[in-house]
Write a protein that binds this ligand. Structure first.
Ligand code: 5GP
Ligand code: ZN
Length: 118
């Protein structure tokens, strides 16, 4: 399933508050909230406030932002008590399984994560 982009972007609406979400964290660059269809006891989405449709669209100027979403995942993992470990995932494009065209990182934890993911 593929969601619409641009002004109709579901994650832009979540950031703006026009679609409700279970907020976990927010700063100037990112917004983090619980995934509506959790695949693990902890499943948080960390989205960039700037609309970037995927990693393929992230430019040189976004390098710091990419680091920041990973660092935010570590911070939230610590806060959620994921001392045994966790997984961070960014799905990109159709083959990557991306369904929402707004850059986001999945933080998954609270159970044994399997590899390969399939
Ligand atoms: P992707 O498949 O693009 O990597 O991840 C999109 C994620 O967004 C999925 O895990 C899906 O469950 C989640 N999602 C889609 N729509 C909503 C929504 O309206 N609210 C929340 N909280 N999560 C959503
Ligand atoms: Zn968006």
């Amino acid at each position: 399933m593929r969601y619409s982009v641009g002004m109709d972007c579901i994650f832009c609406k979540i950031i703006a508050g026009t679609i409700p979400s279970q907020k976990v964290y927010e700063d100037e660059q990112v917004y983090a909230f619980a995934d509506i269809d959790p695949r693990a006891p902890v499943h948080i989405l960390i989205v960039t406030k700037k609309h970037i449709s995927s990693l393929l669209e992230a430019g040189e100027a976004d390098t710091g932002l990419l680091g920041h979403i990973q660092a935010t995942a570590v911070k939230l993992a610590r806060e959620k008590g994921l001392a045994q470990g966790f997984r961070t995932v960014i799905n990109t494009g159709a083959d990557g399984g991306q369904t929402v065209s707004h850059l986001h990182l999945h933080l998954l934890g609270g159970r044994q994560m399997h590899w390969p993911p399939g």
